[in-house]
Design a protein around this ligand. Structure first.
Ligand code: NAD
Length: 234
């Protein structure tokens, strides 16, 4: 019987590539998104509705890996960010990840499985007008370490990937807001290009797979073309 991975945000750029890579590596995928996903067994649920999401995920018989990838981005200065907007970002990016892990905990323990949280370089170094998103991703990295410690005695590993700029509709939306954004991003990235969704997906699949990363837990893997290694003051 093939291993089962639950992937949230499966309709998006990184989520869809993750489903493809995992399926190519022999996994069965349960794709979760608030948008419809054209994959067998996909679940259309809104992660903001945590009690319902938990009820649905608890019904999954087997879960070998959980990929918390869904996210909301909000580009607003903090004086314009409302409490409701702050909450909406955190409800998906951080509380949503917590709810999915809580719902899948028993199956993950049964399988000796793994969790991969999709954070962002904004957890470490960020830009103007993205405070709610940056804070949620910083929280997700802290949650990754805390959950790794709690679940290690149960044989479940918890890690994070930390993508830099990845070519998805979400990134293209961001480019549309600032003139010359794409060229300036490429010029300031050591590898001189934007990442591809499959490159993030391959790292997620690696961290989900006990056979390849079975002694790694509580860690984060940065996939950013060298962006965080560079001093922005130079
Ligand atoms: P995307 O917008 O293409 O995909 C995000 C998906 O999450 C969408 O399909 C969306 O419908 C889903 N989603 C949002 N709110 C939801 C909710 N309430 N319930 C269920 N599903 C919901 O974005 P992406 O670029 O593929 O991003 C995937 C992950 O990678 C995110 O965690 C993002 O923060 C992270 N990331 C992306 C980049 C980038 O440059 N694209 C950089 C760093 C980190």
């Amino acid at each position: 019987m093939s291993r089962v991975a639950v992937v949230t945000g499966a309709a998006g750029g990184v989520g869809s590539a993750t489903c493809d890579v995992l399926e190519a590596q022999g996994w069965s995928v349960i794709a979760v998104d608030r948008r419809p996903v054209d994959r067998e067994g996909a679940l259309q649920v809104d992660l903001a509705d945590a009690p319902y999401v938990m009820e649905v995920l608890r019904r999954c018989e087997r879960v070998d890996a959980l990929v918390n990838n869904a996210a909301l981005q909000l580009f607003k200065p903090l004086e314009d960010t409302t409490l409701a907007e702050w909450d909406a970002v955190h409800h998906v990016n951080l509380r949503g990840a917590f709810a999915c892990l809580k719902a899948c905990r028993d199956q993950l323990i049964e399988a000796g499985g793994a969790v991969v949280n999709v954070a962002s370089v904004h957890a470490t170094a960020t830009s103007h007008s993205i405070s709610a998103y940056a804070a949620s991703k910083g929280g997700l990295l802290a949650f990754t370490r805390a959950a790794a410690l709690e679940l290690a005695p149960h044989g479940v590993r918890v890690n994070a990937v930390v993508p830099g700029a990845v070519d998805t509709p979400a990134l293209r939306d961001g480019f549309a807001r600032r003139e010359n954004a794409e060229a300036s991003l490429i010029a300031s990235t050591p590898l001189q290009r934007i990442g591809r969704p499959e490159e993030i997906a391959e790292s997620i699949a690696f961290l989900a797979d006990n056979g390849r990363s079975g002694f790694i837990t509580g860690q984060s893997l940065t996939i950013d073309g060298g962006a965080l290694a560079a001093l922005s003051t130079e």
